[in-house]
Design a protein around this ligand. Structure first.
Ligand code: DLZ
Length: 158
C-alpha cells in the first residue's frame, strides 16, 4: 500500500476515502459464532454503507481466534486485497488460555500488517462474559464489527 502524503489543506479529520474499488478480506472465527456472525454482518453493512461493493468483500472462516492470524495472512498475501478485518471473540475463562490466545492474535495480526504493509484490523472482543460480548456485538455498546470496518476504511485513506 503506497502512502500518499497530504498537506494540511488536503487533510480531513474524518479521512473517509473512496472505497468503491477497494477489496476487503474478512476473517471470521467460528468460536462464539453468535457473536462473530453479528460482528461480520455489521462490518459488511458498514463497508457497503461507505461505498464498498459486495463483490469486493471476501470472507474466510477459521476455527478459533488463535487461527485469525494465519487466515489474515492468507488474505493479506493476495495482491488484490487492500485491507483485512479480523473478527473474533475470546471469552475469559478460568485458565490462562485467554491470555495466550489474545497475546498471540494481537501480535500475529500486527506482524501480518507490517509484513504485507496493509491494514489488518483487530476486531477481536476480549470480554469476561458472553453478555459483555453480546453488548458489543449489536447490543447496548454498539457493534465492534462496525468499528473494525470504519478503521479499515480510514486506514485506506492515509
Ligand atoms: C480453545 C478455545 C477456548 C477455550 N476459548 C476460545 C474463545 O473464547 N474464543 C475463540 O475464538 N477461541 C477459543 N478457543 C479456540 C482457539 O482460538 C483455537 O482455535 C484452538 O486453541 C486451536 O488452535
Amino acid at each position: 500500500m503506497a502512502t500518499s502524503l497530504k498537506n494540511l489543506s488536503q487533510y480531513s479529520e474524518n479521512n473517509i476515502p473512496d472505497i468503491s474499488n477497494k477489496k476487503f478480506g474478512i476473517v471470521v472465527s467460528e468460536w462464539n459464532d453468535q457473536v462473530t456472525e453479528s460482528l461480520f454482518e455489521s462490518a459488511v453493512e458498514t463497508l457497503i454503507k461507505y461505498g464498498a461493493k459486495k463483490k469486493n468483500i471476501f470472507r474466510k472462516n477459521v476455527p478459533g481466534s488463535f487461527e485469525l492470524t494465519l487466515g489474515a495472512q492468507w488474505l493479506a498475501e493476495l495482491n488484490e486485497i487492500d485491507a483485512v478485518i479480523c473478527l473474533g471473540c475470546v471469552i475469559q475463562g478460568e485458565t490462562r488460555h485467554f491470555d495466550f490466545i489474545c497475546d498471540a492474535v494481537a501480535h500475529g495480526i500486527t506482524n501480518v500488517a507490517l509484513k504485507y504493509n496493509k491494514p489488518v484490523i483487530f476486531g477481536v472482543l476480549t470480554p469476561n462474559t458472553l453478555q459483555q460480548a453480546l453488548d458489543r456485538a449489536g447490543g447496548k455498546h454498539g457493534n465492534k464489527g462496525d468499528e473494525a470496518a470504519i478503521t479499515a476504511i480510514k486506514m485506506l485513506g492515509f
